[in-house]
Write a protein of this length. Structure first.
Length: 395
């Protein structure tokens, strides 16, 4: 029997444990606790670990009481939202450290996500036990506000040399500078969403073997991104205009076009006078040089008057996903002719791009029986339109 995935919501602890003891339990590889079963019954985690030792993925909220913790030994991915029992005699730091000691016993763990409650984090909280997880490749650490990480805690994160991806949310510039200060031997390929990009931060990022670069918010605080030339290994790039200074758009696109390995590219423009305001001619020069590009997203385009760039170079052969969103300057529906050139598309999203709605008739080319003829590989199509004066750009 093939492995099953169960997302348990609103189920009592007794039901969960009966399922774990049944013949079905042997085929469960993933559990997502979407209710408060483990929160209100800490013993459940221990019993689940005993009865479902084959679990590979576990997602739960865990209220720490000070009781010993045991996780299924074969976990590959663990997502923990940690809370402190209100009447616990232990400090959050001691409870957190106990949890990390238990997690550090999972010698097959590759992906760990942690969420800590606001106001509980202190200098006594330690990630040091995680250095023993030699298989750990990704760490996602989320908290309510910028954590006051001590020098010791920064050192513990820097000691996780086995990591390939680390995401700290929220992450500000001072913390990033402390994390990446030389010397180090970090091999982080992804850092999640980055703080505002300055010359100082760019020079530090260029020393990492980054494969993903996410400057989606707040964006560039420099007129160019020449440092991309030092990141030839990038496969995914998101750039946003911060609106805080004039941009050398041609120079930026020249740098982007040099990232020959890019498979995913997203530009987030703005109506601000200091936005990207790409023209179709500019994109028509840049994008065709990205011969491996599969996914392209363009949001809040303020300078486009046509989508003609989509038919340039290798795009009609390589692009499999196109997302156009919330154009500041709406285009005539006739511009769809250029989208139809992308016959390899599997995903197409058009949200508030055109000056009028496609309507049922306009959507027919993206649905059977016409879609297999015009766009034979299309699997997912999304179209949304609202009048410009009613558009909610924060959607």
């Amino acid at each position: 029997m093939a492995s099953l995935q169960w997302a348990l919501s609103g189920c009592g602890v007794d039901w969960i444990l009966r399922m774990a003891a049944s013949s079905l339990g042997h085929h469960v590889s993933t559990l997502w606790f979407e209710d408060d079963a483990v929160t209100n019954h800490p013993v459940t985690l221990h019993l689940v670990s005993q009865r479902l030792p084959q679990l590979r993925e576990l997602d739960l909220t865990l209220r720490l009481t000070g009781a010993p913790l045991a996780f299924p030994a074969k976990l590959v991915k663990l997502t923990l939202s940690l809370e402190r029992e209100d009447d616990s005699a232990h400090s959050f730091a001691s409870l957190f450290n106990g949890a990390m000691t238990a997690v550090a016993r999972l010698d097959q763990l590759e992906d760990l996500s942690l969420t800590v409650p606001d106001g509980q984090w202190t200098a006594g909280c330690s990630l040091a036990p995680l250095v023993r997880l030699l298989s750990l490749r990704a760490l996602f650490f989320e908290f309510e506000s910028i954590l006051p990480l001590s020098d010791a805690q920064v050192g513990e994160l820097r000691a996780l040399g086995q990591l390939e991806t680390i995401k700290l949310e929220p992450l500000d510039a001072p913390l990033l500078i402390r994390l990446l200060g030389p010397p180090h031997a970090l091999r982080w390929q992804g850092l999640g969403r980055l703080p505002i990009i300055t010359d100082t931060i760019a020079s530090l990022l260029a020393r990492l073997p980054l494969q993903t670069f996410d400057a989606s918010y707040p964006g560039l605080r420099m007129p160019h991104c020449d440092w991309l030339a030092q990141m030839p290994q990038l496969t995914e790039l998101t750039l946003r205009s911060s609106g805080l200074m004039p941009l050398d758009v041609d120079r930026i696109l020249q740098a982007v076009s040099g990232c020959a390995r890019l498979r995913i590219l997203a530009f987030i423009d703005s109506m601000d006078s200091r936005g990207f305001h790409f023209t179709s001619a500019q994109l028509g020069i840049c994008l065709p040089r990205l011969t491996k590009l599969q996914t392209f997203q363009l949001s809040f385009a303020a300078g486009l008057t046509t989508l003609a760039f989509l038919a340039e170079g290798s795009l009609p052969r390589t692009l499999t996903e196109l997302r156009l969103r919330f154009f500041s300057q709406r285009l005539p529906v006739s511009e769809l002719q250029h989208v139809f050139q992308l016959r390899t598309l599997r995903v197409l999203s058009l949200r508030n791009v055109f000056d009028t709605s496609l309507g049922e008739a306009g959507e027919l080319p993206f649905k059977p029986p016409i879609q297999p003829l015009l766009m034979p590989h299309l699997e997912n199509f999304e179209h949304k339109w609202t009048a410009p004066d009613a558009e909610d750009e924060n959607e």
